[in-house]
Design a protein around this ligand. Sequence first.
Ligand code: ZN
Length: 252
Amino acid sequence: MTPFFSTLLGACIGSFLNVCLRRWKSGGNILYPPSQCPHCHQSILWYDNIPLLSFLFLKARCRFCDEPISWQYPAVEGVTAILFGLSAIRFQQEEKLLLLVASFFFVGFMVLLGTSDLNWKLLPHPFTNGFILAGFLSPISGAFFSLTDFYRAVSHFVLVGSILYGITQIIPNGLGGGDIKMGAGLALWLGLSKTVFALFLAFGAGFVVTAPLLWKKKITRKSMIPFGPFLSFGSLVVWFWPDIVTRWGMGL
Ligand SMILES: [Zn+2]
């Protein structure tokens, strides 16, 4: 699949992820009712629902009530589009369509989890459960295809989950249950050494972003800082540039 087509597909999947996020919040299912404006509850017309473009044409306002449309929609669509394009570039030489599809799932879950944590400071169970299930089914972990890989995947899953659980016991209010599930799920997709590396990158990025805010007293030590977006960031770096793990001498 060409990077161009993958990018277009990514924009559409991003639009679908927006629906998932909105529906989780409002409690509806994914197919019904049709998308509505959260302010005036008018159904959104199909031509106002084109990823990225409609947001520009409508100048970020609802056609009916003129209330602003959240920037989250085009941001999720744009980021997903870029990550799908990157997936095509990264995996096209390997000529394994299955790997590319797995990458689409992985980056989609990273966007979904990162955005929910940013929005609500929590990682909803349906999303983390889906991520873990997809990890077991993916050709990356191989757990679904061979018993040896299954045992290895389960041991990585339990090990990373236990380490993160241990951290929550030492540092209360640090990580939540959703973070533990997401981290353990990552072990299925990235394996052990890359997951550890992704965690380091996430803690590092979290520190770089929150230290200045702490310094300027915009937040306090007791503020809830969502870890999911940083974990998504670290995982995506490791996903697309796995070489940095070995280059930094972390290859186990
Ligand atoms: Zn409206």
